[in-house]
Design a protein around this ligand. Structure first.
Ligand code: MGD
Ligand code: MGD
Ligand code: MO
Length: 768
């Protein structure tokens, strides 16, 4: 007590999927001096990854924007002058009002980057203003998965990891991407769950699998159809379930007939005997389910079709809507199912789409408009900005807009110049902020309050651990202040943020006052428990059945890419899809596999995290490919496609699949997304094909700093706060050496640890 240090409960929003890690923030004299994971938080249970552990450097980084800034030089020059919040918000309201008067409310775009906590309020603001063009980063993440699930089941559906006998991880590497989910898998494996993992790379997840299907990127559909072929041939399908609850089985059965394991081996590179073994393991397990991921499978031009084929394996084996199978997950808040009811959707949609102009992308991506989550498709923005068709766009407000999220990012940036007014709100001065007319400082999760819910029925309304730094403000406060100016008569905005949270939570019985008494979060009282076979009766599809053949897609006349059966078409730019291009560009480019210490563009500026991977940006390539090209670790190579070229370090590693170059996205100086054509999109979802393009690799310079591995640069790391924080750096180092995949936390393998993993551990956990 006499240290003057207070431990405040908060949450980490550096990662922003559906679940956040609980933080213990050690505060002295109003400043954060240390961060730990909250022991009592059921999602992270005291642990924290390297990004969370770097929170102090994140919050106090010198790139934080300090005041609202108005452009004074030419656009993009980075010349700004400070102005007051009132001036900034008045100016925004004035510009939006005049665009609305002259061109209609739809000419104003309301965009959210990867941050999610403020989204219900931003969507309401957009719709209350009259613009249907609320859009988000979810134009490249997750929504296409939900579309595939809705087309098959009628609702989103997730794996019951805690109870299943067999988990089919169809892409996903939670040991690098989601701490809590990795821990959930570990406990399930301990009780004897079997695991099949479909992934082109070797990862900590594949290292734990009973069967690893090392699929060629984007060939997932062919693999799933071949598994279905085996299941039907072996008579392992659930005939009762199929008869009672599904539509289109006969046509589907005919279609999968041609996908024999041998044919699939050719298309996918997975050995036929492994396909057979995996199909049998999945179908013969008493319960089985598919763990989906928000991005890898759907980052292909055939993404939704491929994932439909995957989810149909659940229907084929009768594993939908039962304990241990695929559970329908109606959302509680922010698309997460927290076992309570809320009025989020009523809140978000003060008017219907029929009362507004068509959304951006409506004509090009009609299935998105019908089966997605009520947003505009942001990938179509560049086209509409360039052509002004079907109507002109005039103003844009971005909450964390990063133009490098788009394929052909520079083309998108250029298209933004047609706008009259751009506002961007971000904690940090980014290149996208530099391209805006007005830049507003957002605070971080430690400086604000936000509502989150977790799948285990846990809700947290965090309280600020410190005052907002400089003049920064919470995004929600900015939204409510804009609402006062843009839609003063809105009955809910008028009440203020806290009252709106209460309004949204009303059906749950929880209130802001009660949540504030539990700043570290609380379990939902009377959680809604899953009833088996509840959603199957009268599924939310047009046929009211689980659909092997989609009634929604039937309407499109079997156009290529929009077929009603899960027809397999190779990715547009792949050795099969574009054989001529493949002659000059023989490698598959696969971008965005998560690294434990990075997350998109947001922590690249932190030396603590850069220090874990000093040789980045890099391309991971298979050691055999590297040898054939005379490439060694640390050499500078050029990765080029017909659309662009970037230079990166080469990182030969056995994690990489032969014939594939794997690269992380989000770098300013080597932007992988510049290698993609802006129209390289899945025709169903509009998602970019970030996981498959064709590229070539050439040496630019040999490695000039031999012997400087990542360990040499690690002295800037924070002191260990607990033992392992599960950042995966040890496993990466181990596989990098091409030695073997190991689990360093496992007593058995620990004795045989290689020095590389011990040294790579940023927190000294392996040295003890
Ligand atoms: N090549 C390739 N591209 C990809 C992917 C891939 O796998 N490969 N993945 C895609 C996927 S799945 C995703 S989710 C997207 C993510 O894409 P982005 O949305 O671009 O993600 P970030 O770079 O994390 O965040 C964008 C901005 O939000 C700012 N920000 C951080 N916190 C806050 C906050 O509290 N408020 C506000 N207003 N701003 C904040 C950050 O500083 C950053 O400038 O990238 C997609 N792009
Ligand atoms: N550390 C960290 N964590 C993150 C993020 C981050 O940037 N950094 N981003 C967050 C976000 S926005 C998202 S969407 C999630 C993503 O979470 P995950 O899906 O778990 O992560 P990824 O590494 O993108 O993809 C998982 C695996 O898919 C494999 N894969 C790539 N292409 C294909 C393919 O064509 N088919 C199949 N079957 N597998 C393929 C990759 O090799 C990879 O090992 O992670 C979230 N968590
Ligand atoms: Mo994502």
């Amino acid at each position: 007590m006499d240290t003057g240090i207070e431990i405040k409960k908060s949450l980490c929003a550096i990662c922003d999927p559906l679940t956040q890690c609980g933080l213990d923030v050690f505060v002295k004299d109003g400043s954060v001096i240390k961060i730990e994971g909250s022991e009592e938080h059921p999602f992270n249970k005291g642990s924290l990854c390297s990004k969370g552990a770097a929170t102090r450097q994140y919050v106090y980084h010198e790139d934080r924007i300090k005041t609202p800034l108005k452009r004074v030089g030419p656009r993009g020059s980075g010349q700004f002058e400070p102005i007051s919040w009132d001036e900034a918000l008045d100016l925004t309201a004035e510009k939006f009002a005049s665009a609305k008067a002259e061109f209609g409310p739809e000419s104003v775009i309301f965009f959210s980057g990867y941050t999610k906590y403020f989204r219900p309020y931003l969507r309401r603001l957009s719709h209350a203003f009259g613009s249907p063009n609320y859009c988000t980063e979810s134009s490249t993440c997750s929504t296409a998965v939900v579309m595939a699930q809705k087309l098959v089941f009628g609702l989103p559906a997730g794996p019951d990891i805690a109870n299943t006998d067999c988990l089919l991880v169809w892409s996903g590497n939670p040991y690098h991407s989601s701490l809590g989910r990795g821990m959930a898998i570990d406990s399930a494996l301990k009780r004897g769950m079997k695991m099949i993992v479909v992934d082109p790379r070797k990862t900590p997840t594949t290292a734990r699998a009973d069967i690893h299907l090392r699929v060629r990127p984007g060939a997932d559909g062919a693999l799933a159809l071949a598994m279905a072929n085996v299941i039907i041939e072996e008579n392992l399908h659930d005939k009762d379930f199929i008869d009672n609850f599904t539509y289109g089985f006969k046509e589907y059965r005919e279609y999968v007939k041609s996908f024999t394991p041998l044919k699939a081996q050719e298309l996918t590179e997975v050995p036929a005997e492994d396909i057979i073994a995996a199909a049998k393991m999945f179908a013969a397990s008493k319960t089985a389910c598919v763990m989906q991921s928000a991005s890898p499978v759907v980052h292909h031009t055939n993404g939704v079709q491929n994932y439909r084929a995957v989810f149909m394996l659940v229907a084929l084996t009768g594993n939908y809507d039962i304990k241990g199978g695929q559970l329908a997950t109606p959302s509680s808040y922010l698309h997460a199912s927290g076992k309570f009811l809320s009025r989020e959707h009523e809140f978000e949609n003060p008017r219907t789409f029929s009362e507004m102009a068509p959304r951006v992308g409506a004509e090009k991506f009609p299935v998105w408009m019908e089966a997605a989550t009520g947003e505009a498709q942001a990938m179509y923005l560049p086209e509409q900005l360039r052509t002004g068709r079907p109507y002109p766009l005039k103003c844009l407000i971005g909450f964390g807009l990063n133009y490098r999220m788009w394929p052909d990012s520079e083309g998108f940036l250029e298209s933004l110049s047609s706008l009259d007014f751009i506002v961007n709100i971000d904690p940090f001065m980014t290149d996208s902020c530099r391209a805006a007319d007005l830049v507003l400082p957002a605070c971080t999760s430690l400086e604000r309050s936000e509502l989150r819910c977790h799948t285990m029925g846990y809700v947290q309304l965090s309280a600020p651990a410190i005052e907002p730094l400089y003049e920064s403000r919470a995004d929600v406060d900015i939204i409510f202040d804009l609402a006062r100016r843009l839609c003063p008569d809105d009955p809910l905005f008028k009440l203020g943020y806290r009252a709106c949270v209460d309004w949204i939570l009303a059906p749950s019985g929880m209130t802001v006052a009660e949540l504030e008494r539990h700043p570290g979060g609380m379990f939902v009282k009377n959680p809604i428990e899953t009833e088996e076979r509840k959603y199957i009766k009268g599924a939310a599809t047009p046929s009211k059945k689980i659909e092997f053949k989609s009634k929604v897609l039937e309407k499109y006349g079997e156009q290529p890419g929009l077929e009603s059966l899960p027809v397999y078409t190779p990715p547009k730019y792949s050795p099969e899809g574009a054989p001529e291009m493949a002659k000059e560009y023989p490698f598959i480019l696969n971008t965005g596999s998560r690294l434990p210490m990075f997350i998109h563009s947001r922590v690249n500026r932190l030396s603590w995290l850069r220090g874990l991977r000093p040789d980045h940006p890099a391309a991971d390539i298979n050691p055999d490919d590297a040898r054939a090209l005379g490439i060694e670790k640390g050499d500078t190579i050029r990765v080029s496609t017909p659309f662009g070229a970037i230079e990166v370090k080469a990182n030969p590693t056995s994690m990489a699949m032969r014939g594939v170059a794997h690269m992380y996205h989000g770098w300013g100086d080597a932007n992988a997304n510049q290698l993609f054509d802006g129209n390289y999109l899945d025709p169903i979802s509009g998602f970019p094909g970030y996981k498959s393009a064709l590229c070539k690799l050439e040496i630019v310079r040999k490695n000039d700093r031999q012997g400087q591995g990542s360990v040499a640069r690690m002295s800037g790391m924070p002191k260990p706060n607990s033992n392992c924080v599960n950042c995966g750096a040890c496993v990466v180092a181990c596989l990098d050496g091409g030695e073997r995949s190991c689990d360093p936390c496992n007593e058995r393998t620990r004795a045989g640890l290689k020095p590389a993993c011990v040294k790579a551990c940023p927190f000294g956990a392996l040295a003890v």
